[in-house]
Design a binder for this molecule. Structure first.
Ligand SMILES: CC(C)(O)CC(=O)SCCNC(=O)CCNC(=O)[C@H](O)C(C)(C)COP(=O)(O)OP(=O)(O)OC[C@H]1O[C@@H](n2cnc3c(N)ncnc32)[C@H](O)[C@@H]1OP(=O)(O)O
Length: 258
Protein backbone atom coordinates (compact mmCIF):
# COMPACT_ATOMS: atom_id res chain seq x y z
CA UNK A 1 0.00 0.00 0.00
CA UNK A 2 1.43 3.40 -0.98
CA UNK A 3 0.85 6.21 1.47
CA UNK A 4 1.76 9.90 1.18
CA UNK A 5 1.75 11.03 4.80
CA UNK A 6 2.91 8.00 6.70
CA UNK A 7 5.74 5.50 6.28
CA UNK A 8 5.32 1.88 7.25
CA UNK A 9 7.80 -0.92 7.75
CA UNK A 10 7.96 -4.21 9.58
CA UNK A 11 10.81 -5.60 11.63
CA UNK A 12 10.01 -9.22 12.33
CA UNK A 13 6.63 -9.30 14.07
CA UNK A 14 6.71 -5.59 14.92
CA UNK A 15 5.19 -3.01 12.57
CA UNK A 16 6.31 0.60 12.63
CA UNK A 17 4.08 3.44 11.41
CA UNK A 18 5.85 6.77 11.15
CA UNK A 19 3.85 9.98 10.73
CA UNK A 20 5.62 11.76 7.91
CA UNK A 21 4.45 15.29 7.34
CA UNK A 22 7.55 17.12 8.58
CA UNK A 23 6.77 20.49 6.99
CA UNK A 24 3.71 20.78 9.24
CA UNK A 25 5.16 19.05 12.33
CA UNK A 26 2.95 16.05 11.54
CA UNK A 27 -0.23 18.07 11.92
CA UNK A 28 -3.01 15.53 11.75
CA UNK A 29 -5.02 16.39 8.66
CA UNK A 30 -7.86 14.25 7.30
CA UNK A 31 -5.67 12.51 4.75
CA UNK A 32 -3.04 11.58 7.31
CA UNK A 33 -5.65 10.25 9.74
CA UNK A 34 -7.29 8.25 6.94
CA UNK A 35 -3.96 6.68 5.98
CA UNK A 36 -3.14 5.98 9.61
CA UNK A 37 -6.46 4.19 10.16
CA UNK A 38 -5.95 2.08 7.07
CA UNK A 39 -2.40 1.09 8.06
CA UNK A 40 -3.47 0.24 11.62
CA UNK A 41 -6.33 -1.94 10.43
CA UNK A 42 -4.04 -3.64 7.91
CA UNK A 43 -1.43 -4.55 10.54
CA UNK A 44 -4.13 -5.59 13.01
CA UNK A 45 -5.44 -8.08 10.45
CA UNK A 46 -1.98 -9.41 9.56
CA UNK A 47 -1.24 -12.61 11.50
CA UNK A 48 2.52 -12.04 11.08
CA UNK A 49 2.34 -8.84 13.15
CA UNK A 50 2.15 -8.92 16.95
CA UNK A 51 2.66 -5.28 17.96
CA UNK A 52 2.59 -1.87 16.32
CA UNK A 53 4.79 1.15 17.05
CA UNK A 54 3.43 4.58 16.16
CA UNK A 55 6.00 7.34 15.95
CA UNK A 56 6.75 10.70 14.38
CA UNK A 57 9.93 12.69 13.83
CA UNK A 58 12.58 13.83 16.29
CA UNK A 59 10.95 17.29 16.37
CA UNK A 60 7.32 16.27 16.55
CA UNK A 61 5.25 13.21 17.23
CA UNK A 62 2.37 15.44 16.10
CA UNK A 63 1.57 19.10 16.74
CA UNK A 64 -2.15 18.42 16.86
CA UNK A 65 -5.02 18.43 14.42
CA UNK A 66 -4.35 20.49 11.30
CA UNK A 67 -5.43 23.97 12.39
CA UNK A 68 -5.34 25.37 8.86
CA UNK A 69 -7.62 22.61 7.60
CA UNK A 70 -9.90 23.00 10.62
CA UNK A 71 -10.21 26.76 10.84
CA UNK A 72 -13.14 27.22 8.41
CA UNK A 73 -15.13 24.23 9.57
CA UNK A 74 -18.62 25.03 10.82
CA UNK A 75 -20.76 23.61 13.57
CA UNK A 76 -23.14 21.65 11.32
CA UNK A 77 -20.09 20.45 9.38
CA UNK A 78 -18.16 19.00 12.31
CA UNK A 79 -21.34 17.65 13.88
CA UNK A 80 -22.88 15.91 10.89
CA UNK A 81 -19.58 14.70 9.38
CA UNK A 82 -18.63 13.20 12.75
CA UNK A 83 -15.32 15.05 12.59
CA UNK A 84 -12.90 13.25 14.96
CA UNK A 85 -15.06 10.16 15.52
CA UNK A 86 -15.00 9.14 11.88
CA UNK A 87 -11.22 9.14 11.40
CA UNK A 88 -9.50 9.47 14.73
CA UNK A 89 -10.76 6.56 16.72
CA UNK A 90 -9.24 3.79 14.58
CA UNK A 91 -6.39 3.36 17.02
CA UNK A 92 -8.83 2.59 19.85
CA UNK A 93 -10.35 -0.30 17.86
CA UNK A 94 -7.09 -2.17 17.25
CA UNK A 95 -6.70 -5.47 19.14
CA UNK A 96 -2.90 -5.65 18.99
CA UNK A 97 -0.84 -3.45 21.33
CA UNK A 98 0.00 -0.05 19.89
CA UNK A 99 3.06 1.63 21.41
CA UNK A 100 3.47 5.37 20.93
CA UNK A 101 7.16 6.29 20.61
CA UNK A 102 7.05 10.02 21.20
CA UNK A 103 9.82 12.53 20.49
CA UNK A 104 9.36 16.29 20.36
CA UNK A 105 5.93 17.87 20.40
CA UNK A 106 2.86 15.81 21.22
CA UNK A 107 0.31 18.59 21.40
CA UNK A 108 -3.46 18.75 21.15
CA UNK A 109 -4.57 15.90 18.92
CA UNK A 110 -0.97 14.65 18.97
CA UNK A 111 -1.14 14.15 22.72
CA UNK A 112 -4.62 12.67 22.34
CA UNK A 113 -3.41 10.25 19.67
CA UNK A 114 -0.52 9.13 21.91
CA UNK A 115 -2.98 8.62 24.76
CA UNK A 116 -5.20 6.44 22.56
CA UNK A 117 -2.24 4.08 22.21
CA UNK A 118 -1.65 1.40 24.84
CA UNK A 119 1.66 2.68 26.13
CA UNK A 120 3.74 5.79 25.64
CA UNK A 121 7.52 5.62 25.53
CA UNK A 122 8.98 9.11 25.42
CA UNK A 123 12.29 10.52 24.29
CA UNK A 124 13.86 12.97 26.72
CA UNK A 125 12.97 15.86 24.39
CA UNK A 126 9.24 15.05 24.35
CA UNK A 127 6.73 17.76 25.24
CA UNK A 128 3.08 16.98 25.95
CA UNK A 129 0.24 19.46 26.07
CA UNK A 130 -3.37 20.27 25.29
CA UNK A 131 -3.08 23.87 24.03
CA UNK A 132 -6.49 23.94 22.30
CA UNK A 133 -7.67 26.65 24.70
CA UNK A 134 -5.27 29.04 22.89
CA UNK A 135 -7.38 28.49 19.77
CA UNK A 136 -10.72 29.10 21.43
CA UNK A 137 -11.64 25.42 21.58
CA UNK A 138 -11.10 22.48 23.92
CA UNK A 139 -9.53 19.07 23.28
CA UNK A 140 -11.97 17.09 21.15
CA UNK A 141 -10.31 13.72 20.70
CA UNK A 142 -10.52 12.51 24.27
CA UNK A 143 -7.94 14.82 25.85
CA UNK A 144 -10.03 16.09 28.74
CA UNK A 145 -10.96 12.50 29.63
CA UNK A 146 -7.83 10.42 28.97
CA UNK A 147 -5.41 13.04 30.31
CA UNK A 148 -7.44 13.39 33.51
CA UNK A 149 -7.51 9.63 34.02
CA UNK A 150 -3.77 9.42 33.35
CA UNK A 151 -2.45 12.34 35.41
CA UNK A 152 -5.34 13.31 37.71
CA UNK A 153 -7.51 16.41 37.89
CA UNK A 154 -4.88 18.84 39.19
CA UNK A 155 -2.41 18.43 36.35
CA UNK A 156 -5.09 17.93 33.70
CA UNK A 157 -6.73 21.24 34.67
CA UNK A 158 -3.32 22.92 34.65
CA UNK A 159 -2.54 21.71 31.13
CA UNK A 160 -6.01 22.11 29.61
CA UNK A 161 -6.80 25.52 31.13
CA UNK A 162 -3.40 27.17 30.66
CA UNK A 163 -2.00 25.35 27.58
CA UNK A 164 1.20 24.67 29.54
CA UNK A 165 3.42 21.96 28.11
CA UNK A 166 4.77 19.13 30.25
CA UNK A 167 8.25 17.73 29.59
CA UNK A 168 9.06 14.02 29.47
CA UNK A 169 10.25 13.82 33.07
CA UNK A 170 7.08 15.42 34.40
CA UNK A 171 4.97 13.24 32.09
CA UNK A 172 6.61 10.09 33.43
CA UNK A 173 6.32 11.28 37.03
CA UNK A 174 2.62 12.03 36.44
CA UNK A 175 1.82 8.63 34.99
CA UNK A 176 1.24 9.65 31.37
CA UNK A 177 4.39 8.00 30.09
CA UNK A 178 5.68 4.48 30.81
CA UNK A 179 9.38 5.07 30.14
CA UNK A 180 11.67 7.96 29.20
CA UNK A 181 14.84 7.29 27.23
CA UNK A 182 17.46 9.41 25.47
CA UNK A 183 16.26 10.51 22.03
CA UNK A 184 18.76 8.32 20.18
CA UNK A 185 17.46 5.23 22.00
CA UNK A 186 13.74 5.84 21.48
CA UNK A 187 13.11 3.44 18.60
CA UNK A 188 15.39 0.75 20.04
CA UNK A 189 13.48 0.89 23.32
CA UNK A 190 10.09 0.79 21.60
CA UNK A 191 11.31 -2.10 19.44
CA UNK A 192 12.48 -3.95 22.56
CA UNK A 193 8.98 -3.63 24.02
CA UNK A 194 7.39 -4.69 20.71
CA UNK A 195 9.66 -7.75 20.42
CA UNK A 196 8.98 -8.80 24.00
CA UNK A 197 5.24 -8.60 23.32
CA UNK A 198 5.72 -10.55 20.08
CA UNK A 199 7.36 -13.40 22.01
CA UNK A 200 4.25 -13.88 24.16
CA UNK A 201 0.87 -15.49 23.58
CA UNK A 202 -1.12 -13.31 21.15
CA UNK A 203 -4.51 -14.15 22.72
CA UNK A 204 -3.20 -13.44 26.25
CA UNK A 205 -1.69 -10.14 25.12
CA UNK A 206 -4.89 -9.03 23.36
CA UNK A 207 -7.01 -9.95 26.36
CA UNK A 208 -4.61 -8.28 28.80
CA UNK A 209 -4.85 -5.10 26.71
CA UNK A 210 -8.63 -5.27 26.69
CA UNK A 211 -8.78 -5.81 30.46
CA UNK A 212 -6.49 -2.87 31.28
CA UNK A 213 -8.41 -0.61 28.91
CA UNK A 214 -11.65 -1.69 30.56
CA UNK A 215 -10.42 -0.06 33.77
CA UNK A 216 -10.87 3.30 32.05
CA UNK A 217 -14.49 2.63 31.19
CA UNK A 218 -16.14 0.95 34.12
CA UNK A 219 -16.48 0.65 37.88
CA UNK A 220 -14.02 -1.41 39.93
CA UNK A 221 -16.59 -4.14 40.63
CA UNK A 222 -17.59 -4.41 36.96
CA UNK A 223 -13.97 -4.35 35.87
CA UNK A 224 -12.99 -7.13 38.25
CA UNK A 225 -15.96 -9.23 37.06
CA UNK A 226 -14.87 -8.65 33.45
CA UNK A 227 -11.28 -9.56 34.28
CA UNK A 228 -12.34 -12.78 36.04
CA UNK A 229 -14.37 -13.93 33.01
CA UNK A 230 -11.66 -13.32 30.45
CA UNK A 231 -9.03 -14.73 32.84
CA UNK A 232 -11.04 -17.98 32.92
CA UNK A 233 -11.35 -17.96 29.13
CA UNK A 234 -7.57 -18.14 28.71
CA UNK A 235 -7.66 -21.64 30.23
CA UNK A 236 -9.27 -22.69 26.95
CA UNK A 237 -6.13 -21.79 25.00
CA UNK A 238 -3.23 -24.05 24.06
CA UNK A 239 -0.90 -21.21 25.00
CA UNK A 240 -1.99 -21.40 28.65
CA UNK A 241 -1.10 -25.12 28.72
CA UNK A 242 2.19 -24.40 26.96
CA UNK A 243 3.11 -21.46 29.21
CA UNK A 244 2.49 -23.32 32.44
CA UNK A 245 4.00 -26.63 31.23
CA UNK A 246 7.11 -24.77 30.07
CA UNK A 247 7.45 -23.20 33.52
CA UNK A 248 7.09 -26.59 35.25
CA UNK A 249 9.57 -28.18 32.81
CA UNK A 250 12.05 -25.31 33.21
CA UNK A 251 12.11 -24.46 29.49
CA UNK A 252 11.12 -21.51 27.33
CA UNK A 253 7.50 -21.58 26.17
CA UNK A 254 6.77 -21.84 22.44
CA UNK A 255 3.50 -19.99 22.08
CA UNK A 256 1.41 -20.69 18.98
CA UNK A 257 -1.21 -17.99 19.41
CA UNK A 258 -4.08 -20.35 19.97
C1 LIG B 1 -7.80 17.32 17.89
C2 LIG B 1 -8.32 18.51 18.65
C3 LIG B 1 -9.80 18.54 18.52
O1 LIG B 1 -8.05 18.28 20.02
C4 LIG B 1 -7.80 19.83 18.20
C5 LIG B 1 -6.33 20.11 18.06
O2 LIG B 1 -5.45 19.28 18.04
S1 LIG B 1 -6.03 21.76 17.80
C6 LIG B 1 -4.27 21.83 17.56
C7 LIG B 1 -3.53 21.86 18.85
N1 LIG B 1 -2.10 22.12 18.59
C8 LIG B 1 -1.57 23.32 18.65
O3 LIG B 1 -2.21 24.29 18.95
C9 LIG B 1 -0.09 23.41 18.34
C10 LIG B 1 0.14 24.32 17.16
N2 LIG B 1 1.56 24.46 16.84
C11 LIG B 1 2.38 25.23 17.58
O4 LIG B 1 2.02 25.82 18.57
C12 LIG B 1 3.80 25.35 17.10
O5 LIG B 1 3.84 24.96 15.75
C13 LIG B 1 4.79 24.48 17.91
C14 LIG B 1 4.94 25.04 19.33
C15 LIG B 1 4.35 23.02 17.98
C16 LIG B 1 6.19 24.49 17.21
O6 LIG B 1 6.59 25.82 17.00
P1 LIG B 1 7.81 26.12 16.01
O7 LIG B 1 8.94 25.22 16.30
O8 LIG B 1 8.03 27.59 16.08
O9 LIG B 1 7.27 25.69 14.55
P2 LIG B 1 6.20 26.47 13.65
O10 LIG B 1 6.91 27.41 12.74
O11 LIG B 1 5.10 27.01 14.48
O12 LIG B 1 5.59 25.24 12.80
C17 LIG B 1 6.24 24.71 11.66
C18 LIG B 1 5.20 24.52 10.58
O13 LIG B 1 4.23 23.60 11.05
C19 LIG B 1 2.93 24.18 10.99
N3 LIG B 1 2.10 23.66 12.06
C20 LIG B 1 2.46 23.41 13.34
N4 LIG B 1 1.45 22.93 14.02
C21 LIG B 1 0.40 22.88 13.19
C22 LIG B 1 -0.95 22.47 13.32
N5 LIG B 1 -1.42 21.96 14.46
N6 LIG B 1 -1.75 22.56 12.25
C23 LIG B 1 -1.29 23.03 11.09
N7 LIG B 1 -0.01 23.41 10.88
C24 LIG B 1 0.81 23.33 11.93
C25 LIG B 1 3.19 25.67 11.13
O14 LIG B 1 2.11 26.41 10.66
C26 LIG B 1 4.45 25.82 10.29
O15 LIG B 1 4.13 25.78 8.91
P3 LIG B 1 4.22 27.11 8.00
O16 LIG B 1 3.13 27.99 8.50
O17 LIG B 1 5.60 27.67 8.24
O18 LIG B 1 3.97 26.62 6.61
Amino acid sequence: MAYEMILTETQGAVAVIRLNRPQALNALCDQLMGELGEALRGFDADPAIAAIILTGSEKAFAAGADIKEMKDRTWPGVYFEDFITARWEAVTTIKKPVIAAVAGFALGGGCELAMMCDMIIAADNAKFGQPEINLGIIPGAGGTQRLTRAVGKAKAMDLVLTARMMDATEAERSGLVARVVPLDQLMAEAMKVGEKIASLSGPAVAIAKEAVNRAFETTLAEGVRFERKIFYSLFATEDQKEGMSAFAEKRKPAFRNR
